[in-house]
Every structure is written in structure tokens, then in C-alpha cells.
Design a protein around this ligand. Structure first.
Ligand SMILES: [Ca+2]
Length: 193
């Protein structure tokens, strides 16, 4: 009888441990689903963590500033060049809504633009989007094209990731050798379907 008692006693605890593990796993799944939306598709889209997650020569022609942000405390200023995020995880064939706030001051018309590209097996590595930017006399597809002098304005566009795409790249741009500055804030990439 003693033997039976010693075997039964620990086994009584097992369902409780199992239930606790289930709750912990459930919480982890919920946390990762939330994180995928907010943090994984774009990192630091509001520039509240400085330039973290972003790279490119444009960080030196303005950079992250704590002045007249479109949201929060910081935004990105750009006088020329680009600031980029690559390796944004996407699924081929799915739609993504890309949105942001853009402001410009004395910028040449059409000199402020945003471009996206995709990578993946057999995916054409060019630019995607329904707008057209004129870059050194060439026409390039773009997501948003603007310029002039305007306060913060919200831009949004839904774009389809091509089949087999695994990665999206997003470039915030201001044409080199042109006047004025552009500011970007609240950059978001969200699943649209
Ligand atoms: Ca911000």
C-alpha cells in the first residue's frame, strides 16, 4: 500500500502543472501575435527609439530629431538620400497596408517619395507601387510621391506581396541635390487581409 501511495501522490500534481503550462503557452502565443503586428513588420516606425532598426545615408542628412514630431516625441528629417528598413517578414500573396505621416518644407515637387521592394525565390527585385517618381530622368514605381511645403499629412496604400515573397524593403527618400527637407513619422506596415 505504501508503494501505491508514493506513486499516486506526485501524479496528483501533474494535471495542475499541465494546466499551468497551458496557461503560460497560451499567454506566450497571445504576446507573440501582438508583437508581430506592432514590432516585427516594422521596427521603431515612430522613431521613438532614435534610429534603431533604420539604416542608410539619409540618417546623416537630418536624422532623428525631437522637434515638431508627427506623433510622440521624435520624427525623421531627411534633406537627401534614403533611410531604409529591409528584411520585413511578409507572406507572398498577402496584402499589406503601409501608412505613415509625411511633412515637407520648401522641398522640390516630387522630390519626397517612398519606395518598396520584395525579395524571395523568383521575385522580381524592382520597385512596386502605383505612383511614379522621376529619378534622374527615369520613371520609377513608388508608393507615395510628394513635395512642396505642407504640414503633417497621412499617407496610406495597400500593396500585394508577390507570390513567394518572404521579405519587404521600405525606403523613405528625398532626391539628392534638391532643396528643402522632408520629415517622416508613424511608419506602419499592417496585414490587410
Ligand atoms: Ca514619432
Amino acid at each position: 500500500m505504501n508503494t501505491t501511495y508514493h506513486i499516486d501522490a506526485p501524479s496528483l500534481r501533474l494535471p495542475q502543472r499541465g494546466a499551468l503550462l497551458f496557461i503560460l503557452l497560451g499567454t506566450a502565443v497571445m504576446l507573440s501575435a501582438g508583437a508581430l503586428r506592432a514590432d516585427d513588420l516594422i521596427k521603431n516606425g515612430g522613431f521613438e527609439d532614435g534610429a534603431s532598426g533604420w539604416w542608410g545615408p539619409g540618417l546623416k542628412s537630418g536624422g532623428v530629431v525631437s522637434d515638431q514630431a508627427g506623433g510622440g516625441a521624435n520624427c525623421l528629417n531627411l534633406s537627401e538620400g534614403f533611410v531604409c528598413q529591409d528584411k520585413r517578414p511578409v507572406e507572398g500573396g498577402k496584402s499589406y497596408k503601409i501608412s505613415m505621416k509625411i511633412r515637407s518644407e520648401n522641398a522640390a515637387e516630387g522630390s519626397v517619395y517612398v519606395q518598396v521592394s520584395f525579395r524571395g525565390e523568383g521575385v522580381k527585385p524592382g520597385w512596386y507601387g502605383s505612383e511614379v517618381a522621376t529619378v534622374e530622368g527615369r520613371s520609377e514605381k513608388a508608393l507615395f510621391v510628394t513635395g512642396g511645403t505642407q504640414g503633417w499629412k497621412e499617407y496610406a496604400s495597400v500593396i500585394d506581396a508577390p507570390a513567394n515573397a518572404t521579405e519587404m524593403l521600405i525606403y523613405l527618400r528625398k532626391l539628392g541635390g534638391t532643396s528643402g527637407t522632408a520629415s517622416f513619422d508613424d511608419v506602419k506596415i499592417e496585414p490587410a487581409n
